[in-house]
Structures are given as C-alpha cells and as structure tokens.
Write a protein that binds this ligand. Structure first.
Ligand code: PNS
Length: 160
C-alpha cells in the first residue's frame, strides 16, 4: 500500500454515510485505514471488537481498505502507521465547528498531517450512528441507512 488515508471515527456502528466516505477515499488514495477509536468513556453500544468486525464486513469489497483500532490521539496513530493524511466526512454546518476545532488542534500538534473533508452525499446528510440507534430501538426502519450486517447486529442488540 502506498499513501494511506486515515478515516477515523467511533463507528458505533458504521453507517452508509461513513461507508460512502471510505469508498470515495479508497478511489482517491492508494490505501485507506479505517481507524476505530476505542474510547470506553463514551460507553459505546458495540464493543471495539464488534465495531471492527462490522466495518471489516462492510468494506470487504474494497481491496485497499484495512481496519485498525486506536486509543489516544489520532495524530499519534496517523504518524505511527506512516501516514500524513486524515479524511473525514462533513454533513451539515453543525459538523463544521467541531471538525474545524479538531483539524486546527491536530494541525498545531502535527503540522505535517493534513485533514481533508469530503461533503457527504445528500441522501446521508441527516444520518448519524445515534439517529440509527434511536430509530431502530423504537421500531423504525433503517434499511438503506446501514450495511445489512449492521442492521442485523442492531436488531440482535435490542432483542428485535
Ligand atoms: O465518529 P466520531 O465520534 O465523530 O469520531 C471522532 C474522532 C474519533 C475522529 C475524534 O474524537 C478523535 O480523533 N479522537 C481521538 C482523540 C484526539 O485525537 N483528540 C484530539 C482532537 S483535537
């Protein structure tokens, strides 16, 4: 793999919005590493292992994509794998403030690491892992919003 772009997130769980960004990054760069944040303080629905496995299943068709987990600072992980590129998706204006803050803090700590943003597809601009969990938990339909394996895993988690 040549230059690897890092696509970071909590992915609790991965949605089709995340997947769209990973697929587009995989077309633009020789390699993509999906970096899954451990962060136990967020009390995720899916364990780290479950999140990694769900992502691996969802990106199986993308030969230049690998999935790894990290804890601590994203820039340290990015440097450790020999990358200098972080790729993230931007949905609405509401994403901008936090993403801007993170990008600037990361730039201060690691000037050689660049963060670039891709606009989400229109159809996913309202989509988030939290919304998906809320919808399915109360009996709503999430088909088309998450990969099929994720829908099945969510149903199992909520005993549906
Ligand atoms: O899917 P999320 O929860 O929006 O992803 C956020 C993530 C994992 C990209 C962000 O929280 C992160 O990079 N965390 C690692 C800790 C870190 O590097 N923080 C410094 C940013 S200023």
């Amino acid at each position: 793999m040549g230059l690897k772009a890092v696509c970071p997130g909590s992915f609790d769980p991965i949605t089709n919005g995340h997947l769209d960004i990973v697929e587009r990054a995989a077309q633009l760069f020789p390699g993509v590493v999906v970096a899954v944040l451990e962060n136990p303080s967020k009390r995720p629905l899916f364990s780290l292992e479950e999140r990694v496995n769900l992502i691996r299943a969802a990106v199986k068709h993308l030969k230049n994509v690998e999935v790894e987990c990290f804890s601590g600072l994203l820039i340290d992980f990015t440097r450790r794998i020999g990358s200098n590129l972080i790729v993230k998706g931007l949905r609405a204006i509401s994403d901008f403030e936090i993403e801007f803050q993170m990008a600037l803090n990361n730039k201060r700590m690691a000037p050689e690491v660049e963060t670039i943003f891709m606009m989400t597809k229109n159809e996913y601009s309202f989509l988030s892992s939290s919304m998906v969990k809320e919808i399915i938990q109360f009996g709503g339909d999430v088909r088309g919003l998450v990969p099929p394996g994720v829908e099945a895993a969510l149903k199992q988690k909520y005993g549906l």
